[in-house]
Design a binder for this molecule. Structure first.
Ligand code: SUG
Length: 444
């Protein structure tokens, strides 16, 4: 049976804005209060996804979440009509309103951790939505994420959906952004790499000093247990706390893997050599560990350009390509490194650049925008087919974006009650286009 890796990209929602909500994420903080362009953001994401589909890869779309999140605002004591709730929140707690308006569900690398059926004891594909407890605006995502994932992967014969982990910082879980799977072929059992920022229950363990370590070892181990992975298929690696303090808030800002390639920065991990040995022991395959030295690319350049927030994809020809943001082309050190990489004897033979600046300005590169799901043909046939990106869906979604999205949004605009109507009208139509059922609270 044919096996492959599908990418499910997050569709950018109508309230995409820059509110500076993510302490530790340099781009989010530096671009706070910039005026966003939700229409351009959604189209940039769709273009990137369509280009991957045109390369012959399986590409799906995950629907955005309902924002403004009036349910959270009501839960914290605002009342009256929807317009009243929004306006009172804008007046009294603008920071909380901003948190309830973020379109952050677009970064579907943080939607969930996914383990393919080749790795799991029950032979099903497992999903655990990330609880994202480190950031208020993200901690309100997991329930709807679970609904959207279940509506997309909607056959219990093939797909096993778990609840998100307990909502406490001992179990801080950021999903696939801290998870990479190495394997010989997608259909063979692989080794799942869980990269964590701190061991929450060990007071003596190393952790960053300045910025939060969002992912805990406890969460990573819980996901591995839930997904029925064997110890022989897992490697737990601690992220270097010093790079977290320089803006590497997720592992996918400093490392990315695909099949038998692990592409990472020299300073990405603690205890690197031992961990690479463990991977070699656990995975019976020729492996390419591509380590990028600080002398060629500094942490600062890696964080600015998102060199490692690239997607490494296997093309139908068997060669691999890197899907990079245009910011990598614009950074001289990174551009030079990528040109050199193509001359090294590795499976990576091409680099393709995409403008995803609307997302990048909030710290989300190409890899943040997608959730990887390694699967086989039967599993693909069991996916909700209306979520797969065909020419027809691409055209339909572009028309839908043109109809419903603004091309300018400031944080002041988030107090506009019209935004509630626009967003709900758009999402109601989208849930029909993608045949998702009533995934949104306003539809229930
Ligand atoms: O969680 N930014 C997101 C970016 C997530 C990137 N994802 C991965 N690396 N996989 C975050 O920090 C910024 C929102 C704002 O400031 O308006 C934000 O949420």
């Amino acid at each position: 049976m044919k096996h492959f890796e599908a990418n499910f990209d997050g569709l950018v929602g109508p309230t995409h804005n820059y509110a500076g909500l993510s302490f530790g994420n340099v781009a989010s903080q530096n671009n706070a209060a910039l005026i966003s362009n939700p229409k351009a953001a959604a189209k940039q994401g769709l273009q990137k996804a369509k280009a991957l589909a045109d390369l012959g890869l399986i590409q799906g779309i995950l629907a955005p979440q309902e924002r403004p999140d009036l349910y959270t605002l009501r839960r914290i004591g605002f009342s009256g009509t929807d317009a009243n709730v929004l306006q009172q929140a804008a007046l009294k707690t603008p920071a909380l309103l901003n948190a309830c308006c973020s379109a952050s569900s677009m970064w579907t690398a943080n939607a969930a951790t996914v383990s393919p059926s080749a790795d799991t004891r029950d032979g099903k594909l497992h999903f655990t939505p990330a609880n994202l407890v480190d950031k208020l605006h993200r901690s309100i995502e997991p329930i709807t994420t679970g609904r959207i994932l279940t509506a997309t992967f909607n056959d219990p014969h093939y797909f096993h959906h778990h609840n998100h982990l307990p909502e406490h910082n001992s179990f801080g879980d950021e999903g696939a952004a801290n998870h990479t799977r190495l394997c010989k072929e997608y259909g063979h059992a692989g080794v799942e790499l869980f990269v964590y920022g701190q061991e929450a229950t060990n007071p003596n363990a190393l952790k960053p000093k300045k910025y939060p370590a969002r992912q805990t070892l406890e969460a990573s181990m819980a996901v591995a247990r839930l997904h029925q992975l064997d110890d022989e298929n897992c490697v737990f690696i601690q992220q270097n706390p010093e790079v977290i303090d320089q803006g590497v808030f997720h592992n996918d800002v400093i490392a990315v893997g695909n099949q038998n390639v692990l592409f990472y920065h020299e300073q990405a991990f603690l205890n690197t050599n031992n961990k690479l040995d463990e991977i070699r022991r656990k995975l019976d395959s020729e492996l390419y560990f591509i380590e990028v030295p600080t002398a060629q690319v500094s942490i600062n350049d890696a964080v600015k350009s998102y060199l490692f927030n690239t997607q490494i994809v296997t093309l139908p020809s068997g060669d691999m390509a890197i899907i990079a943001p245009t910011d990598c082309q614009e950074n001289p050190a990174v551009n030079a490194y990528l040109n050199e990489l193509l001359t090294l004897n590795t499976p990576i033979k091409q680099v393709k650049y995409f403008d995803v600046k609307q997302s990048m300005q909030n710290g989300g590169g190409p890899a943040c925008l997608r959730l990887r799901v390694a699967m086989n043909q039967d599993e693909l046939a069991a996916v909700n087919q209306h979520t797969l990106l065909t020419d027809a869906l691409f055209n339909r979604l572009n028309i839908w974006v043109d109809k419903h999205y603004r091309d300018r949004l400031s944080t002041q605009d988030l107090a506009d009650p019209q935004l509630i109507i626009e967003s709900r009208t758009a999402l109601d139509e989208l849930s029909q286009i993608m045949k998702l059922g009533s995934v949104y609270q306003f539809q229930r």
